[in-house]
Design a protein around this ligand. Structure first.
Ligand code: FMN
Length: 223
């Protein structure tokens, strides 16, 4: 066995033999960093709700599809976000910047229904343009979504897909001419395992090479 094989020695885990909690620990610890959607919704009476979700990503640009993994509560009831999306068919994803960290965490606190989480978080609301739920004005990028489809993947959670119908980006974050989004100005945070978070402050570029460029590089410095 050469040194690199020894360093790459792996422990195998049969997922069918693991509990849900054990799978969760391996997945959220290793699939990192995950972007965080602070999702705003309204209920049937127009009351606004906000909650963070890191089982979240952009899955397609055309159509523009964002995905959320929303668990049910331990007693089997849906979370407010899941219930509101089902009832109103809309939601807004607010990207979480480092400056929004504490407010985002306040929105994850399981307050009683009568507590206004957004007021507790100190966030300001911006009215929706194409959906009835507001965006969070402090968020550098917010995406209004219409419910596309919900995938029922088990008894404990749903995967909700939404199609983006409108976006709000802070002027300081986007170049309205070429649509370049400045990652430094965005200053998004990510979710790690456990209670961990990461910043996006250590950035680098790595363009994908053409085959000719890759071969030229190999000739200059063979592996
Ligand atoms: C950073 C972060 C990420 C989270 N990600 C998820 C997630 O992906 N899915 C989920 O069901 N809950 C997730 N939660 C927990 C929910 O935010 C929490 O249950 C919240 O109270 C749900 O609120 P709601 O009932 O208003 O929808 C996360 C919490 C935090 C702090």
């Amino acid at each position: 066995m050469n040194d690199s094989v020894a360093t790459h020695e792996a422990i195998g885990f049969d997922f069918s033999a693991l509990t849900g909690r054990e799978r969760y620990k391996l997945l959220i610890g290793a699939v990192v960093p995950r972007p965080i959607a602070l999702v705003t919704t309204v209920d049937r009476d127009g009351r606004v709700n906000a909650a963070p979700f890191s089982f979240f990503n952009c899955l397609s640009a055309d159509p523009a599809i964002l995905a959320l993994g929303v668990e049910y509560r331990p007693d089997g009831r849906p979370k407010d976000t899941g219930r509101n999306v089902r009832e109103t068919q809309q939601f807004t994803v607010n990207i979480v910047s480092h400056a929004m960290l504490e407010g985002m965490n306040a929105c994850a606190t399981p307050f009683e229904p009568e507590v206004d989480e957004l007021a507790a978080a100190g966030f300001t609301l911006r009215p929706g343009v194409k959906v009835g739920c507001p965006a969070i004005a402090e968020s550098p990028a917010a995406f209004e979504c219409r419910h596309h489809v919900t995938l029922s993947i088990g008894s404990s959670r749903d995967i909700i897909l939404g199609e983006v119908v409108h976006a709000h980006l802070h002027r300081s974050v986007v170049d309205a001419g070429n649509l370049h989004v400045d990652p430094v100005a965005l200053d998004a945070i990510g979710r790690m395992g456990g209670h961990g978070y990461s910043t996006t402050r250590d950035l680098f570029d790595l363009p994908t090479l053409s085959v000719a460029q890759w071969r030229a590089l190999q000739e200059r410095s063979p592996a």
